[in-house]
Design a protein around this ligand. Sequence first.
Ligand SMILES: [Zn+2]
Length: 296
Amino acid sequence: MIIDVHTHITPRMPQSLFDALNRKAFSATTLLRTMDKEGIDKSVVLPLSNPENRDMYMVAGSLETIRECAKYPDRLIPFYNLDPRGMLCDPKADLGALMRVFRDAGCQGIGEICANMPITHTLYQNLFHHAGEEKMPMLFHFTGRTYGAYGVRDSVHLPGLEKMLKQFPNSIFIGHGPAFWAEMSWDVERLTRESYPKTPITKEGRIWQLLDQYPNLYCDVSAGSGYNALVRTPEKGFEFLKKYSKQILFGTDRFSPGLPPPPIIALISDALKNKHITKKDYDNITHLNFNKITRR
Ligand SMILES: [Zn+2]
């Protein structure tokens, strides 16, 4: 069983809009065809709702994601994208009420969270509190930049994330994105943490420490950032997969048709074939961890 925890679909809209935005339609049926070709059993579909990237990427929002996933309940799992500003920008808003509505509609988590605010912001803290209460895991895109970027914001070495992991031990945080995965190595630099650093890992980075200390932290190996973190020093990548197999989630971040299979698929299956990880590690990464955090 392989569950991809990170995919997106496009909304139904006229072809002229796709053309104008230089995007290609990627419907639920196209996603399913791609999954069949690549041996993926189920996919989590993440809506984008934050104004930072919603319109420019033209990815389906929460309601359309729920509607499309409901047609294929055995294959597609919707998440709900709850912008922490979404209930009148009120730090005391009952976000749990919204979470319950969307959970009843089939959503199993929250994300991809992209609001560009510090991770310690009072509105984010309200989201983390309610997500913990409602047992909804949260998937984050991390950034270090205030402008020209989307994602939850934190400084080098992720001090804000650590504070939140400590303050909300019942909330599940899933890290993703360049500013998260750059922390695979300790020598993170402010200017390069939005990219895919190629330098070898000389000292284990911040995410190793955080995964050691906080069982409520998980990571999503999708996209160029996750793959790059695992291959920049291949032996460290395999060591990481093995050591943290109970906190790693397989994902691709696919959102476009007609692309070659994401290399993370071969990386994980080769890691098993070449005995870098055990079958148990592989099962944890590909589906057991996901089942664990969504069925608490
Ligand atoms: Zn994504």
